[in-house]
Ligand binder design. Structure first.
Ligand SMILES: Cc1cc2nc3c(=O)[nH]c(=O)nc-3n(C[C@H](O)[C@H](O)[C@H](O)COP(=O)(O)OP(=O)(O)OC[C@H]3O[C@@H](n4cnc5c(N)ncnc54)[C@H](O)[C@@H]3O)c2cc1C
Ligand code: FES
Length: 284
């Protein structure tokens, strides 16, 4: 289980720390993964699964991006990002040895420790898989402490599937149930077709003793919650990660406010029953 952050050498205030791009990987046509190491020597850092960093592309701007590497690996920060706009497209142009600013880690985390002794169902839609991957790493590092582990992952097309070789490795494990689906199949795809919620009926778990984590577009999370509760999981055992526009990341500016909560500080990971009333609202 990841320990509470006993090493905190990253900037968690307003001043970014400098990180060097160690490696760049193109995952799909619009998504890429950066591996970042401290520009100074020997720095270590820690984070909890589900937390995010504010990544600053110099001269362009700053965006919140989830940390998607292994929490046990304290020398490298991994971020998988979809290029959608100004900052993320500039980030996609970064090359090995370029420098980027990092503030964090921020926010709440997946309650992996609470899930000990339970079955765990992880439901990811599209770019929702990266924020969930550290939770899966942590669970697999202590596999014996958990019951059944199920990963359900849906993307628009086979070309949008992230971490393909890792998914293949996970699929071949006897102690992990992995189901993948795509909205639209292409030639050569022999897997499931349909939205990710259609996989929930295939998953094997004990609803009375299951904790579920989900990330994806809000409409996908709403239907996921509906299906999981239909299968009998209590709302208090469901956790979601929310996205809102962010500026400060530390509860000062109000950009991420959602009703009475700040997504950057009180989230992004919420127990579903605590935000159910706010769940479908945009910023208010
Ligand atoms: C806590 C948190 C964690 C996040 N983790 C990740 C992550 O791990 N990987 C990742 O790729 N993104 C993640 N995001 C989303 C990411 O922060 C945004 O995509 C980014 O801020 C967009 O900034 P931009 O300057 O590139 O786009 P902008 O120039 O601000 O936006 C350009 C266009 O893209 C649209 N857009 C903005 N955000 C999104 C979005 N999320 N999806 C689709 N269209 C969008 C805008 O509406 C606009 O039309 C996270 C967001 C939050 C709040
Ligand atoms: S981003 Fe400033 S309060 Fe949350």
């Amino acid at each position: 289980m990841p320990e509470i952050q006993e090493e905190q050498h990253l900037s968690n205030g307003m001043v970014p720390s400098l990180f060097r791009v160690e490696n760049v990987r193109r995952d799909t046509h619009d998504t890429f993964t950066l591996e970042l190491v401290p520009a100074g020597n020997g720095q270590k850092f820690s984070f909890l699964p589900g937390q995010f960093n504010m990544l600053y592309v110099f001269g362009v701007g700053e965006v919140p991006i989830s940390i998607c590497g292994d929490p046990a690996e304290r020398h490298v920060l991994v971020h998988t990002t979809r290029a959608v706009g100004t900052v993320t497209k500039a980030m996609r142009r970064l090359k090995r040895n370029d420098v980027i600013g990092v503030r964090g880690p921020f926010g709440t985390h997946w309650p992996v420790e609470k899930a000990e002794g339970c079955d765990v169902v992880i439901v990811a839609g599209g770019i929702g898989l990266p924020p969930l991957r550290p939770a899966l790493y942590s669970i697999l590092a202590h596999r014996e402490k958990f019951g059944k582990i199920v990963l359900l992952y849906g993307t628009r097309s086979p070309e949008d599937i992230l971490y393909k070789s890792e998914l293949e490795r996970w699929r071949s494990r006897f102690d992990l149930e992995v189901h993948i689906t795509v909205d639209r199949a292409l030639d050569g795809w022999h897997g499931n077709v349909g939205v990710v919620t259609t996989l929930i009926k295939k998953a094997t778990f004990d609803p009375d003793n299951t904790i579920a984590f989900t990330v994806g577009p809000e409409v996908m999370m709403r239907y996921t919650i509906l299906e999981l509760t239909k299968r009998g999981i209590e709302k208090s055992h469901l956790y979601v990660s929310m996205e809102r526009n962010m500026k400060c990341g530390i509860g000062l500016c109000g950009h991420c406010q959602l009703g009475g909560v700040f997504v950057c500080k009180d989230g992004p990971v919420f127990r579903y029953d605590t935000i159910e009333a706010l769940f479908s609202l945009r910023e208010i």
